[in-house]
Design a protein around this ligand. Structure first.
Ligand code: HEC
Ligand code: HEC
Length: 300
């Protein structure tokens, strides 16, 4: 028993020294050791599988409409990092560690509900963003349907499916001369579909969260914690923006808005409209999410 305790203390001391003396190479140029990499992959697989069954796929997941909508979402949101058939990811993403994988084989490793879960929730400490507040429920499933079609998709098919809305029909038919004008017309319909709206409120979570937790999640997911220390919300030690506490007792917020739910909501949604010279950016927060945050701030 004493030996176990001693080993435990030594282990903890070793781990503390490892951290304190900066032994671990945090650079994105230094890869993980192969065993660490494999361990992380298993941990990811197990963690996703354990949680993803709470959101079963719709029964008619693989419709043509979903695949086409998913293609537009993939083009707007994912290709920059993951690439696509015949399309390289953007240069910055090649410098990430882990490097975002090609998703052509994703359906070999993951079930539809797993892909939904990963896309909705992201992967901590990997660079994979959560899309919960950036893609509607229907768009999330559309991407899953698209990923299902991806393994058999040729570069030409991908190009046709995602031709940019600015391209005229002539241009796209030049690139893919084998396509009839009828199918080019259809492709234009896809291209016009976009995936960059604000999500007012994400689909319900399973298990559901309390309002306070939803507000805390909203602060983290809209980048507020990058600049503000907010009571009850984990985040970096920052003083880029003022600490957000005791706002209810104040005369004015940001020097101009009133400290009411409406005033605060207006500020959070569009601070530049209230004071064009302030440094807080407009972050694309929906009305519902802004009210959630405003109520939280007025009671903390
Ligand atoms: C900023 C870059 C970035 C963007 C944008 C991005 N991802 Fe990722 N994604 C990553 C990284 C990094 C990983 C972790 C490494 C890996 O496994 O590919 C990852 C992992 C994944 C995985 C797990 C892959 C696997 O087999 O381990 C899926 C699925 C995924 N992303 C889907 C998406 C979808 C769908 C979108 C668009 C809605 C998207 N990603 C947008 C960076 C990104
Ligand atoms: C890039 C940094 C940055 C981000 C991100 C940011 N803010 Fe701010 N915020 C500021 C700055 C700077 C101010 C001070 C503006 C001023 O008074 O001129 C401010 C002011 C505020 C105020 C008024 C505080 C006061 O004491 O008057 C509130 C409320 C606020 N931010 C909420 C938020 C919320 C909610 C989010 C997330 C949706 C957010 N901020 C994201 C930088 C940021």
């Amino acid at each position: 028993m004493a030996a176990f305790a001693a080993a435990g203390v030594l282990g903890a001391a070793g781990a503390a020294a490892f951290v304190w003396f900066g032994v671990y190479d945090v650079s994105a140029t230094g890869p993980h050791l192969q065993p660490v990499h494999s361990l992380l992959e298993i941990a990811l697989q197990r963690a996703v599988q354990r949680r993803s069954d709470a959101h079963p796929p719709p029964r008619d997941l693989l419709t043509r409409e979903r695949v086409m909508q998913g293609a537009a979402c993939f083009r707007d949101r994912c290709v920059a990092c993951h690439g696509a058939p015949g399309v390289a990811p953007q240069a910055f993403s090649l410098g990430m560690q882990p490097v975002p994988s090609s998703l052509v084989e994703a359906t070999r490793h993951w079930r539809p509900q797993d892909l939904y879960w990963i896309t909705r929730n992201g992967i901590k400490m990997s660079g994979m963003p959560a899309w919960e507040y950036r893609l509607e429920e229907g768009e999330l499933w559309a991407i899953v349907a698209f990923l299902d079609a991806l393994p058999l998709m040729t570069p030409d098919q991908y190009r046709t499916l995602t031709a940019s809305p600015e391209q005229s029909p002539e241009q796209s038919s030049e690139k893919t001369p084998e396509k009839s004008s009828a199918s080019v017309g259809k492709v234009e319909g896809v291209a016009a579909a976009r995936c960059d709206g604000i999500v007012d409120a994400p689909a319900p979570l399973v298990p559901p969260l309390a309002t306070v937790e939803l507000a805390q999640r909203a602060f983290r997911q809209h980048g507020c914690t990058a600049c503000h220390t907010i009571p009850g919300v984990v985040g970096p030690d920052t003083s880029n923006g003022p600490r957000l506490s005791g706002l209810a007792g104040r005369d004015r917020i940001g020097g101009k808005a009133f400290p009411t739910e409406d005033g605060l909501t207006a500020w959070i949604r569009d601070p530049q409209a209230i004071d064009a010279h302030n440094a807080m950016p407009t972050l694309g927060v929906s009305e519902t999410q802004a009210r959630l945050m405003a109520r939280y701030l007025l009671s903390h």
